[in-house]
Design a protein around this ligand. Structure first.
Ligand SMILES: Cc1cc2nc3c(=O)[nH]c(=O)nc-3n(C[C@H](O)[C@H](O)[C@H](O)COP(=O)(O)O)c2cc1C
Length: 168
């Protein structure tokens, strides 16, 4: 699959998670790691991971600016999954309204949700990431990658069978 990992990061923690996700997937997929400010139109991209930090309830401005630039239906045939980085103290709190908002925007551009949003936690307000979060991010990303590769292989097989049937 062709996968993008798009992120925005102020202090570097989201960038760190995005990097390990991209590295882990690049052994089996074609992967591009890109900061939201540098992201363009994702042509022929099968799956996009989108990551941002919770920051005093502020919107993920760079991600929103990127989405605002995309043309109509730019994410048609593209799957997406969102992750956020947050301070552990906020764990019990809100499922972020930002994630819901982002999901809606991504769907309006034609994207399809590939899985539930995931949060990764910091020990303190500025970091570091809690023990095990990098490993958890890798496992999460690999599971999604494997599930979707399997699904697309099955879909391709099914459509091949169908086309043989039609030709025969
Ligand atoms: C001023 C400030 C406000 C923050 N507000 C929140 C918040 O409202 N909720 C939350 O879960 N984390 C909050 N955090 C923690 C950030 O998510 C954390 O610093 C994270 O590392 C930022 O991501 P980045 O390292 O990719 O820039 C805040 C951090 C700072 C410095």
């Amino acid at each position: 699959m062709h996968i993008w990992v798009v992120y925005e990061s102020r202090l570097g923690n989201t960038a760190h998670i995005a990097r390990v996700i991209a590295d882990a997937l690049s052994t089996t997929h074609r992967v591009r790691l890109v900061e939201a400010q540098q992201a363009e139109v994702p042509y022929h991209v099968d799956l996009i991971f989108i990551g941002y930090p919770l920051h005093k309830g502020r919107s993920p401005e760079a991600i929103l600016a990127w989405l605002a630039k995309l043309p109509y239906n730019a994410l048609k045939d593209t799957l997406f999954v969102v992750f956020d980085i947050r301070y552990r103290r906020f764990r019990i709190c809100h499922r972020s309204g930002e994630t819901r908002h982002l999901t809606r925007l991504l769907q309006q551009l034609g994207g399809r949700k590939a899985g539930n949003a995931q949060s990764f936690y910091l020990l303190g307000k500025g970091g570091p990431l809690s023990e095990g979060e990098l490993r958890r991010a890798v496992r999460w990303a690999i599971t999604i990658g494997e599930r979707l590769s399997h699904l697309s292989a099955t879909t391709m097989l099914a459509s091949e069978k169908h086309s043989h049937h039609v030709i025969a």
